[in-house]
Design a protein around this ligand. Structure first.
Ligand SMILES: NC(=O)c1ccc[n+]([C@@H]2O[C@H](COP(=O)([O-])OP(=O)(O)OC[C@H]3O[C@@H](n4cnc5c(N)ncnc54)[C@H](O)[C@@H]3O)[C@@H](O)[C@H]2O)c1
Ligand SMILES: [Zn+2]
Ligand SMILES: [Zn+2]
Length: 376
């Protein structure tokens, strides 16, 4: 079938993206669904900071690629042998779809699945197939999702059924922002009632960590950002305090508020400076949960003796350390019960022709989550 999609041919183009145009809006061909595959009509796709990193070329991709790794839509056709979803189901699309048999999958850590990591790097679906092309030339999949398109061929493992009462432009944000931010609190840190947390970076992912910390019963929830325009929403969603990352006495302020430092510092900005402060304001024996993603190979500095003597723990968390079929229904229920008002993260919706311009808005920190509506 023919469809419109946002295709990236080159990484590392300069800002402003409205001028350099990293995404070309083109008509492409989509094949399938083949055996074990699902055709989804994409009804919403969120713009994540990781898309910006992909555009900037911080993490290399197989090109050309149809962008987008968070989305939601409606199943339009299922391939032979698919029993998990059926035509008409509303679904959230997520990049985590473990094979179910490798060691990480058996240990309930599908985000570390050996097979998925390899196919993601090659721009293929997890079954090794490629279903997008243009004039006979190959176009690759982004993390098995490629949601910046009117339709997507995906595998059932990366689809989670959602109640049709949940608007699909809101459901889209569950695929990455929600699962990553909330999961860093529920799965990686396992915050308990009365503990104190700090969240660096109050964007789409960080604000989900804030909402999850509130649900977990955290006592102090300290939101930290370089951009103070993020503070009012952060307070509405659960921050008990908001502090500027640039303030000279940030570490002292947090230690004063928490009697010596937080139990958990979540680094969700991808900034080295934030990482350094996060380590400093974590209490002895506390944990730094690293969610923000810089370039592969980037080296960070920390005071090793203090790490040892203070028994601090560094913990990475990818895609909220999630098990999608276990976690997403829980988070969707939190949304429907009003405990996790994810809709408030939506800064606006856009059509394809605004995508490059809206990358600039995210790059300048002026928005939280912008959602592409591929059908207008
Ligand atoms: N671990 C994962 O699985 C995973 C998944 C999705 C996104 N990410 C990463 O998480 C990070 C956040 O993503 P997002 O979509 O929420 O981004 P975003 O652009 O919406 O938000 C980032 C926020 O960090 C703030 N910030 C920048 N520098 C800062 C600093 N020094 N101190 C404090 N705050 C600072 C910005 O002002 C902004 O509010 C990115 O690095 C992204 O690549 C990781
Ligand atoms: Zn993302
Ligand atoms: Zn696996």
């Amino acid at each position: 079938m023919k469809m419109t999609a946002a295709v990236m041919y080159e990484q590392g183009l300069p800002t402003p993206y409205a001028e350099s145009g990293p995404f070309r809006i083109e008509e492409v061909d989509l094949e399938g669904p083949g055996e074990g595959e699902v055709l989804v009509e994409v009804r919403g796709a969120g713009l994540c900071h990781s898309d910006l990193s992909q555009v900037a070329g911080i993490r290399k991709r197989t090109l050309p690629v149809v962008g987008g790794h968070e989305g939601a839509g409606i199943v339009r056709e299922v391939g032979k042998g698919v029993t998990q979803v059926k035509e008409g189901d509303h679904v959230v699309m997520t990049v985590v779809a473990g094979c179910g048999c490798c060691r990480p999958c058996i240990e309930s850590r599908p985000v570390l699945c050996n097979g998925i990591t390899a196919s993601r790097a090659q721009g293929l679906l997890a079954n090794g197939m490629r279903r997008i092309s243009r004039n006979g030339e190959p176009i690759y999949h982004y993390s098995g999702v490629s949601s910046f398109a009117q339709y997507a061929i995906t595998l059932p493992g990366s689809l989670i059924k959602v109640d049709p009462a949940v608007p699909l432009d809101v459901a889209a944000m569950f695929g990455c922002a929600v699962v990553t931010g909330a999961g860093s609190v529920f799965n990686a840190a396992q915050v308990r009632p009365g503990q104190n947390v700090a969240v660096f970076g109050l964007g789409g992912v960080g604000l989900n960590a804030v909402m999850a910390a509130r649900i977990s019963g955290a006592s102090e929830i300290i939101g930290i950002d370089i951009n103070e325009s993020k503070f009012s929403l952060a307070r509405e969603l659960g921050c008990t305090h908001t502090l500027s990352a640039t303030s000279a006495d940030l570490v002292t302020q947090v230690k004063d508020l928490t009697n010596g430092g937080v139990d958990f510092a979540f680094e969700v900005s991808g900034s080295k400076a934030a990482m350094q402060s996060a380590v400093a304001l974590t209490r002895k024996g506390g944990q730094v949960v690293c969610v923000g993603l810089g370039a592969f190979g980037d080296m960070y500095q920390y005071d090793h003796a203090s790490l040892v003597a203070d028994e601090k723990v560094f913990r990475g968390s990818f895609m909220g350390s999630c098990v999608p079929e276990r976690d997403l229904p829980r988070y969707l229920k939190f949304f429907q019960d009003g405990k996790m008002p994810v809709d408030k993260l939506k800064s606006g919706t856009m059509c394809f022709d605004q995508l490059n311009h809206n990358l600039d808005l995210l790059d300048r920190g002026e928005v939280v989550r912008q959602v592409l509506l591929p059908h207008g």
